[in-house]
Design a protein around this ligand. Sequence first.
Ligand SMILES: Nc1nc2c([nH]c(=O)n2[C@@H]2O[C@H](COP(=O)(O)OP(=O)(O)OP(=O)(O)O)[C@@H](O)[C@H]2O)c(=O)[nH]1
Ligand SMILES: [Mg+2]
Length: 322
Amino acid sequence: MTAPRITHVAAGILLRPDGTFLLGSRPAGKPYAGYWEFPGGKLEAGETGLDALKRELHEEMGITVTAATPWLVQTFTYPHATVRLQFFRVTGWDGEPQPHEGQSFAWQTPGALNVSPILPANGPILRGLALPPVLALSNAAGLGIDAWLARLDQRLARPPGQGGLRWLVLREPQLAADDYRALATGVLDRCRPHGCRVLLHGDLALAQQLGADGVHLPARTAAALLRRPRGIDWLGVSTHDAAELAVAQRVGADYALLGHVAETASHPGQPALGWDGFAALTMAGWPFPVYAIGGMGDDDIATAQAHGGHGVAQLSAAWSRA
Ligand SMILES: Nc1nc2c([nH]c(=O)n2[C@@H]2O[C@H](COP(=O)(O)OP(=O)(O)OP(=O)(O)O)[C@@H](O)[C@H]2O)c(=O)[nH]1
Ligand SMILES: [Mg+2]
């Protein structure tokens, strides 16, 4: 038996500073004509993904890419081909997108699309775009419950663009089960009116019972799952190496944390991955966003993205800024 032939594709997510991104409609005569996609196309012999991205975006819409970072890799089998799609976040380009192939363009808001249908392979991509560049993990352990809740209230009260918190992972492994449940109940009540999603840590059943927005699992807990759990909207997994990233992939995670990248007070004496180690692991290409964790500040977001990450996950830094 011969191995199935894989078509390698590079596609670009043009991102504007306001968070909107560009979709194009597939021109008549191509498979899935009229479906909406991220502009891009097939790699030619000898090209890297980034080479192909730049060439395709120039051919299809006349722009010159000036800043792009590798993001997700999605493999999908269509009736006509198995495609391996390398997605890039494109944050800089010269020129205005022009429809060189008769396509239409539409700028879209994550989570609120107004065009359809979308190419079937692109569902997870659109979910990934809704994830924030900074994912905050709670720090009641470090600050004390009351002081942390006071910080939480402050961050919930701000507008999204100005430090307002809209995603939270409630991770407090030092708490006994009853205390964690009580805290989770209170945190969900505080967060819901602000539209802040809350993912509980470690306990799928509790997340389902309390109607949390998702669950975040250590890789060893995720490894015991046979498939993605039902009844949960968002699933994250903490990982440290390629084997744990593979677990996250197998259970259909929406994102992974990967670290620790820098030395951090929470893991004294354990060797850090460093950015080279982080990039070596993201480079394999995962179908979900990967966050860098471990000693990460806001200054590290761009570095994480340049190394194949989606952004950074923060514990103490998320609660320290004024
Ligand atoms: N460009 C692009 N292709 C995608 C996306 N999602 C997805 O499944 N694909 C698949 O990737 C494959 C290659 O895309 P393409 O048709 O744009 O290739 P191309 O620009 O080189 O076109 P050509 O073959 O006419 O030269 C197609 O099978 C398409 O269905 C996406 O978001 N963007
Ligand atoms: Mg194309």
